[in-house]
Design a protein around this ligand. Structure first.
Ligand SMILES: [Zn+2]
Length: 82
C-alpha cells in the first residue's frame, strides 16, 4: 500500500497525464518539414535568406538548424535521416 502512495506522489511531481503524453511524443523522432523561405528567417546567430531551404520543427513549426538534434523551441527529437 505504501509503495502505491509513493508512486502516486512521484507521478504528481512529474506533471499531468497530458504533459507526460506530450513529453513522450517529443521523444519520438520526427522528420522536420522542409520549406523554401519567402523571406529572411533568423535562427540563433544564423540568418537564412529568402529563397534558401530551411527546416521547421514537426511539432511547433518553428525554424531549426541542421545541428539541432532536438528542437530548440519545444524539445521535439528531430529525425534527420532520409
Ligand atoms: Zn519544435
Amino acid at each position: 500500500m505504501m509503495a502505491i502512495i509513493i508512486e502516486l506522489q512521484k507521478y504528481r511531481a512529474i506533471g499531468t497525464v497530458e504533459e507526460c503524453r506530450e513529453a513522450m511524443e517529443r521523444q519520438k523522432m520526427k522528420k522536420p518539414k522542409r520549406e523554401i523561405r519567402g523571406r529572411d528567417l533568423k535562427i540563433g546567430n544564423v540568418t537564412f535568406r529568402a529563397g534558401t531551404t530551411v527546416y521547421l520543427c514537426h511539432s511547433c513549426k518553428k525554424g531549426i538548424t541542421g545541428s539541432d538534434d532536438y528542437c530548440r523551441w519545444c524539445g521535439q527529437a528531430i529525425d534527420w535521416s532520409e
